[in-house]
Design a protein around this ligand. Structure first.
Ligand SMILES: *[C@@H]1O[C@H](CO)[C@@H](O)[C@H](O)[C@H]1NC(C)=O
Ligand SMILES: *[C@@H]1O[C@H](CO)[C@@H](O)[C@H](O)[C@H]1NC(C)=O
Length: 512
């Protein structure tokens, strides 16, 4: 996440007494939203009937800290917002969880999880978010935020995420120990008030020591109330060609990364994670790239075409500011929030503005937009695609749905669709025809005001596995990360360190 923070370490103090039991939302299915302070949507304006749980993003770990166990948050925004959110949640029976990690905030989680001493300090720091305050000068010295649980957003155990992260083959094994100790501490301090422990996870199970997804992750389920699968950011500016941000089903092999909403449920349940503890993540945004061809002129039309390597500025709030915690370069994410699409590109949920054409991809069950004037392609989700996803999630008996994020919606258009997860009879079916075309007319120039801080988890290394000296890389074109850079092999190779020779198998694709 591209966030600028005024850093403040959460400091721990001795815990005084157990908090009383609170009334909670009595919903079997959950609708979990992430709320972020920089999204420009005040806590007071949230419609609390639309969410069963809210994750506050984020508590951040960063290498630039004095201690890897410190959990930072932006006090300038957050003190008041966090208290307001907890108060609002209490009023409406909506538990508020602190989300720790995120794209840029996962830097030291590998280091922390590997050490018994660091785990202990980290857990004590994390407990600050769920403990209630005990000091009178709460405003200046908060020592407890009275939240209802912790959400761990480690991106990712055993796999490179942001360039600054530590990563180890032992991450997943260590994560399990960290979770066991965290759950034990929550239960010890709150014997009468069960605090929630959840996580955001990739579309594949946690990676094992061999760098491949584990075949059995059932042990993790005993510590989590649920895990939310981030079934989005599948293809975007980092991909070889255009493709879906959040496909329902996998697109064609060779053109599309083989990940999707359906695939991710299969992957986690095949690895023995119970379906009733899976929460399916959805994206309230699209991603844009610039193509090299006029997609309107194709016959037949395909959503997979070549693109340029430069990611364009997305919606009005897209920013290329360098990340405060981890310099991943000055790049745009190409991200369009739903409310920005609805303000500029779509005049109704399915009617494109002048200059744009809307298409529907049958395979991935997602809409996409194209503007011929500057060859802008946007893959996104809308009422139609989300209805399909929610109905399918329900048919698989999952716990619920999650979305990123609560500040991206437009008049609750998308979060209203997620309410279908609670529906038991006469549930909504897909609300619009599956194919919509529009006439290409004149170009509408995008708004280009100076953007505020935005949140794109974008890096060319996003989702790419770290190089492993023991792995035989047989398929040419395989991507790996090494020392914070992206490499692609030109021929079969094993045990050859990327970057060691300019004439080797590994071609340098630039810094992550
Ligand atoms: C938390 O502390 C405040 C202030 O001391 C108190 O009013 C409130 O009831 C406490 N809440 C819980 C859940 O303990
Ligand atoms: C991209 O361009 C190359 C070279 O013209 C072509 O072989 C390839 O099929 C194109 N890829 C896509 C996805 O259109």
């Amino acid at each position: 996440m591209k966030i600028s923070f005024l850093a403040l370490a959460a400091t721990a103090i001795a815990y005084a007494s157990a908090a009383p039991v609170e009334k909670r939302a009595a919903s079997n299915n959950v609708v979990v939203g992430y709320w972020v302070p920089w999204g420009g949507v005040p806590v007071a304006s949230l419609d609390m009937t639309k969410y069963t749980h809210i994750n506050y993003g984020f508590g951040v770990t960063a290498k630039r800290n004095a201690q890897p166990t410190d959990i930072f948050f932006d006090r300038y925004y957050d003190g008041n917002n966090m208290r307001a959110l907890v108060a609002r949640g209490n009023q409406h029976g909506v538990p508020i969880l602190m989300s720790i990690g995120g794209w840029t905030g996962s830097q030291t989680l590998s280091t922390v999880a590997a050490s018994a001493d660091l785990r202990k300090t980290f857990i004590n720091n994390a407990m600050v978010f769920v403990r209630n305050n005990t000091l009178p000068d709460y405003a200046t010295t908060p020592d407890g935020w009275n939240m209802h649980g912790l959400d761990i957003d480690w991106e990712y155990p055993g796999r490179s995420g942001a360039a600054c992260n530590t990563v180890s083959p032992q991450d997943s094994a260590n994560y399990l120990i960290l979770l066991k100790e965290l759950r034990a501490q929550l239960d010890l301090e709150f014997p009468n008030d069960r605090k929630l422990l959840t996580a955001a996870v990739r579309v594949q199970p946690f990676d094992g020591a061999d760098g491949k997804p584990l075949g059995d992750v059932s042990a993790f389920a005993q510590y989590f109330d649920w895990i939310a699968i981030m079934a989005y950011d599948i293809m975007g500016g980092w991909s070889a060609n255009t493709g879906p941000n959040a496909p329902f089903r996998n697109g064609p092999a060779g053109l599309a990364d083989q990940y999707s909403f359906v695939q991710s449920i299969d992957a986690w349940t095949s690895a023995k994670f119970p379906a009733n503890k899976l929460v399916m993540g959805t994206a309230f945004y699209g991603r844009s790239v610039i193509t090299t061809v006029d997609m309107n002129a194709q016959n037949p039309v395909s959503m997979y075409v070549n693109k340029t390597s430069v990611v364009p500025k997305g919606g009005p709030s897209d920013s290329n500011e360098i990340n405060f915690f981890c310099n991943e370069g000055s790049v745009y994410s190409g991200l369009w929030k739903w409310k920005e699409l609805r303000g500029t590109v779509l005049t109704t949920p399915t009617t494109p503005a002048a200059g744009w054409t809307r298409y529907w991809d049958e395979t991935t069950q997602t809409p996409w937009l194209f503007r011929a004037a500057d060859k802008t392609f946007i893959s996104y989700d809308d009422i139609q695609s989300l209805t399909i996803k929610v109905n399918y999630a329900k048919s698989k008996g999952v716990k619920g749905v999650m979305f990123w994020d609560m500040t991206y919606d437009y008049n609750n258009e998308l979060v209203n669709v997620l309410q279908n997860i609670h529906c038991t009879s006469n549930c909504p079916t897909v609300p619009v025809p599956s194919t919509t075309t529009a006439v290409v007319t004149t170009t509408t120039a995008p708004v280009t005001t100076k953007p505020p801080i935005s949140t794109p988890p974008t890096s060319i290394c996003n989702g790419v596995a770290p190089w492993n000296s023991a792995t035989a890389y047989a398929t040419t074109g395989t991507k790996v990360t090494y020392n914070g850079r992206l490499y692609t092999n030109s021929w079969w190779t094993q045990g050859e360190t990327p970057g060691a020779s300019a004439y080797g198998a590994w071609k340098d694709g630039g810094a992550c």
